[in-house]
Design a protein around this ligand. Sequence first.
Ligand code: 26V
Length: 750
Amino acid sequence: MDKKQFTERLKKIDVKNKGVISLYNEISALAMELGLSSAGKASERNAYYLSMEFLIGRSFYNNLMELGVLEQTSEILAEKGIDINVFEEIEDAALGNGGLGRLAACFLDSAAGLGLPLHGYGIRYKYGLFKQAIKNGFQIELPDDWQRFGDPWSVRRENEKRTVIFADMSVTAVPYDMPVFGKRTNVLRLWQAEGSAEAQKISEYLYPADDTEEGKILRLRQEYFFSAAAVGELIEKHIKKHGRNFESFPQYNAIQLNDTHPVLSIIEFIRLLTADYKVNFSDALEIAKKTFSYTNHTVLPEALECWNADIVKKILPDIYALLIKIHLKQKDELTRLNCTREELADMAIYTSNGFSMANLALYVAKTVNGVAKLHTEILKQNLFKTAYKYYPGKFQNKTNGITQRRWLMLCNGELSVLLDETIGTGWRSDVSELGKLNGYIGQIAEEFVAVKAEKKKQLFKYIKQREGVDIPDNFLVYSQVKRLHEYKRQLMTAFAILEIYYGLKDGTIKNFAPSVFIFGAKSAPAYKRAKTIIKFINEIAAIVNEDEQTNGLLKVVFVCNYNVSYAEKIIAGSDVSLQVSTAGLEASGTGNMKFMMNGAVTCGTMDGANIEIVEYAGLENNYVFGATVEDISKLKKEGYEPLKYLADPKHGKAVKTLIDGTFEDGGTGSFKELYDSLTVGASWHKADNYFVLYDLESYVNALLKINGDYKDKNSFAEKQLKNVANSAYFSSDRTIKEYADEIWEISDAF
Ligand code: 26V
């Protein structure tokens, strides 16, 4: 099928008496036919991205755009009296939690766009990330039954099923292929677990609660399930093409491990080679060392996986035996290198806590990479210091990126047109051409202001529909959208808003440009303190939005069920991107890059990729504040005393609203607990572990400085445009080229 045939068949579709869902399925099926009819040739050498999460978002508009038929489809539907936006009713496929999963989706998009053979392997969860409802200000989780709309973008491959064996059951892994369209069509293969009721549970939920032993076992099963299905299949494919010459496996295959979740695939690979094909253990290990690469996405200790040895022994005895064997082999090698006892303990695969997935990855992986310059330095100097001493050649940096196709062309057609008119359309295929914009900043500031105003209008209309909150057109938009976590410091933004609110009320803050603070965030269901922060923000919003003395100047919105589609709207309509993590803790951030590309200035700490963003767009066009990594480490050494910051009446008043009855926590005592976490600490961490009170003052000042600067519309728009003009570096096209050249060694030669 070609595009012409596609449009002809589309024209013939009878839309009468058809609901949105059936029309969606029919048009999508037609687009699939179009896309799959030009799938192209398979590549000799391929890279595979193993990831527990792929946070794809809505496929409909993106796929039609990639296939070059979005505009025609919109026109033909309009002729039939249908607004293409009706398909916004079809909810996102949210098979991921946040940054790590969305990065995987951006990477697949960029690889296909560049014609590089990179395929994804993951899990086809029946229920994706929960849907968030807010009741009395509290987060409630509802199941995300994304398949109820149908799944026209997947093809079930019945005859490519596999069996994954656990000590107590065997599970059928059925592949569902989602094509990734672009210059070439790649495949995201998601495995669905079938068989007994127990077996099916494996692909039922994304991130099942793992605070019980049962939950932990399920999570381990999930990780092994998709890892085993993927490497089992790759080995079989290799044998079909090249016979049992396993030495050549790394010549044709590169496997990227997205964090530690798929690290057991290394062991499964060695198990298959040694047990099924009689390769000796050392040879199998050497082949693995040339095949696997590992990306780390967080330095938070609670997220570094260690599998309890008894659990592994019980459900995966062969894997257990191999883990011990590989542990001893590494120990032996390191001992020969005169490694000290402490160093050995630090790098051990089998530790008192269980099997360290990070240490296993560090030992076997061909390369280890962090996701922003600072993050990679922290890995080398702190978290993986010892491994870096012994394997310095493995470490690389690959600063994250985001796809400009979804995050600019699709979500901001208006800005894309302004770019076309200013620098030509070349940037659409070669994103580095965005740099040309630097020559036109002054000339198009007014047009940019108009584009931003239009995107705000669309966003405010949507927020009114969804949340029932009115935001006047001229408001300055500050946004903080990301997973809810203490280290991301949404709580600090909440305090800053309160300080501004009280300052407006008592007249100490004057000439304030009317502003709205938009939050979007989901909290892990069991993360109590994060949930309390959501409640606190909602309490603040309720009071601030109702206050007639100030609500012409200040509003606060916590949007419900923030997801990829909501992000597309918020990011395009924002002026200021809030990226305020405790320095050293946000590995990279990718929302920061999306905002930058849409012309929001960053108000942030020197953390993650913020550092590179301000390096590229200019410090003078962004608003950096707060403690640096060095400051924080000094504070920790010298002793940090958060209480003294409460002596300042402004900070004291804002923070004490947690305990002085200003707000209601529904009788849960959770506001008091939150207050205590800042002032006295809890058993497992010190008071104000994330330095909220330390940075609060400089944060409020930065927010107010932005507010003042915004009054000069054109000069502020110029800062925003400087961010757009220098955002090409943060395209995942650049990132993927680096992975392709420096790790995977794949090319676009078919
Ligand atoms: C996971 C967990 C799970 C247990 C509870 C605490 C906790 C805290 C953090 C995480 C992070 C998981 C990995 C992740 O999503 N990392 C994000 O990866 C992005 C893509 O590289 C990066 O931009 C974000 O900075 C990083 O947080």
